[in-house]
Design a protein around this ligand. Structure first.
Ligand SMILES: Nc1nc2c(c(=O)[nH]1)N[C@H]1C(S)=C(S)[C@@H](COP(=O)(O)O)O[C@H]1N2
Ligand SMILES: [Mo]
Length: 197
């Protein structure tokens, strides 16, 4: 009896530690898109970063893959309260991208094929915290989940992980993107429940 209840509460405790406040666990992968899924073939896909001098650094698919994708194991948390633990992705670290970018601006607006935008401080994209993901659970990223490539910023609520990402614009100050202009928090830390404002 004591052994069973200790094991059970121990496991529950472990799960709760991984779950930010107000979130529940889900095993499936809900699709949340503000518009239709754009068709973006990899042979025309491009990814660009624009800095304060309007210098634009652009990669095509093969050039981008040459930056060296890595395996990612992470939990994800949606502001609509679902979380998935231990998801597997493959993608290029934003550290590899920003090795090529000359900027002193500290804020970023990410934009997507289809027009979605979201803002993130540059520091939240660096030091192994963010990727451009192209695979999920061992296969190419499904179009409805942002394929061929999405931003993955798993330490912030999942609306920051722009699907069908096409570029980053460096900004001198933080500016709200699509959901941030529509009531979502400017930053979105799930551990502080920064959902809305
Ligand atoms: N381009 C684009 N990216 C987006 C969205 C969107 O509508 N368009 N929705 C965001 C929101 S609110 C969430 S919760 C996640 C959902 O990702 P999923 O559909 O893969 O679960 O994508 C984010 N990225
Ligand atoms: Mo969301």
């Amino acid at each position: 009896m004591a052994v069973f209840s200790r094991g059970f509460t121990g496991r529950r405790h472990e799960q709760n530690d991984a779950l930010p406040p107000g979130q529940y666990l889900t095993e499936d992968f809900p699709v949340l898109s503000a518009g239709p899924t754009p068709k973006v073939p990899t042979d025309t896909w491009q990814f660009s970063v624009r800095n304060e001098n309007d210098d634009v650094t652009t990669w095509n698919w093969d050039e981008f893959q040459a930056l060296g994708p890595e395996e990612i194991h992470t939990d994800i948390h949606c502001v609509t309260r679902w979380s998935k633990l231990g998801t597997s992705w493959r993608g290029v670290s934003l550290d590899r991208v920003f090795e090529k970018i000359d900027t002193s601006f500290e804020y970023v607006m990410a934009s997507s094929y289809g027009g979605y935008t979201t803002n993130v401080p540059l520091a939240d994209l660096l030091d192994g915290k963010a990727w451009i993901a192209t695979e999920f659970e061992g296969g190419p990223l499904d179009p409805e989940h942002g394929g061929p490539a999405r931003l993955l910023v798993p330490h912030l609520y999942f609306w920051k992980s722009a699907k069908w990402v096409r570029g980053l614009q460096m900004l001198p100050t933080d500016e709200p993107g699509f959901w941030e202009q529509n009531g979502y928090n400017i930053y979105g830390d799930p551990w502080k429940e920064q959902r809305y404002w």
